[in-house]
Design a protein around this ligand. Sequence first.
Ligand SMILES: [Zn+2]
Length: 139
Amino acid sequence: MIKYQLKCECGKEFESWFSNSEEFDKLEKKKMLSCICGVSNKISKQIMAPQVVASKNTDNNKQQAVYKNVQKKLEDLRSYIEKNAEYVGDKFVSEVRSIHYDKKKARNIYGHASSEETNELIEEGIEVSSIPWVKKTDS
Ligand SMILES: [Zn+2]
């Protein structure tokens, strides 16, 4: 699950959940992303990370460096999760529920959930977070 901060051509910003970055690209290509302005479907995504501050005054090199830094941090985060949590794949939602409702011993898990499922969990008061799941670079 990835939460993207989206920005419409009209200047409005809003958040949306995607199962992965490919899903966003697919919807974007088909022009299926829309803004409440109803006028434009030119929606662009912004990485949800506080380190990324899009400023007109930021020169390209600096921005590149920031993105590199974010990529590194996300890789670290991924490694950390892989080390400290159990991968449960598509069973994520049911596992989360059984942990939350105390049927199982609390433990850290990670896996997949659709945006609807994630919203349901949040409505049930279950704490879930989604992070951009980056591919590891070799360097
Ligand atoms: Zn708009």
